[in-house]
Design a binder for this molecule. Structure first.
Ligand SMILES: [Zn+2]
Length: 226
């Protein structure tokens, strides 16, 4: 098992990621639509309350879009080789988060018909919403094909040290750890337990961590046999 394994997203992961990306795009499109509506209809002293409601709605949509987008990237990550594509794919949530508010923010502060109170309240809420949407869209630890490949090979090496066969580990469709033992209490009796190689656990779920319970059990077992 010394040969290097290269990560490649499974067809199921790719189609799930595609679905998540479509929903993310929809959320962002509706957010931009809501922003356009707010710009046309709601920038006035009389409709300030509705303007604030619109800002909250846009924020929820922008954050939801980013959340789905990041989830998709974990299933089907970009390669670091293409730096521009890598940056845009991973930070699109931040870009969309800012775009969902920036025109509105500018138009609130430059509108001559708004009084100072409306500008102060609605404007500052819009700025805060823009910051929240932008920052929550940033992927501070973006996944990549290269990172996953490195992780898989590190995990394989760890399992080899423990005298464990890395082609037969277990994981559930909900967890983010994989297990060495089928009867580990974290997964015992659970439905949706899948088994396969560590590489497959990454390709299907983006799983990166060995369960600590399984690890210490394997450490004990391997020290007895040595
Ligand atoms: Zn376990």
């Amino acid at each position: 098992m010394s040969d290097q394994q290269v990560f490649e997203a499974s067809p199921e992961s790719k189609s799930k990621a595609k679905q998540l990306r479509i929903f993310a795009m929809l959320a962002w499109i509706i957010a931009i639509g809501a922003q356009i509506y707010a710009i046309i209809k709601l920038i006035s002293n009389e409709t300030m309350v509705w303007l604030i409601v619109a800002i909250v709605v846009i924020l929820i949509l922008a954050v939801t879009g980013s959340y789905l987008w990041k989830k998709a990237n974990r299933l089907d990550p970009a390669s670091e080789k293409d730096k521009v594509k890598f940056f845009i794919q991973n930070q699109l949530g931040a870009i969309m988060g800012v775009l969902a508010f920036l025109p509105l923010v500018i138009l609130i502060f430059t509108n001559k018909d708004l009084d100072g109170k409306t500008k102060g309240i609605a404007g500052s809420i819009a700025v805060v919403a823009m910051l929240v949407a932008g920052i929550s869209g940033v992927d501070f630890n973006p996944p990549s094909v290269e990172k996953y490949t490195k992780e898989i090979n590190e995990q394989n090496a760890t399992l080899k040290d423990l005298n464990v066969n890395s082609d037969n580990v277990y994981w559930t469709s909900a967890g983010n750890k994989y297990h060495i033992f089928e009867d580990c209490y974290h997964i015992d009796g659970k439905t949706n337990v899948t088994n396969g190689s560590v590489k497959l656990s990454f390709e299907q779920r983006g799983i990166s961590e060995l369960c600590k319970t399984c690890k210490s059990k394997a450490e004990k077992t391997s020290s007895i046999t040595e």
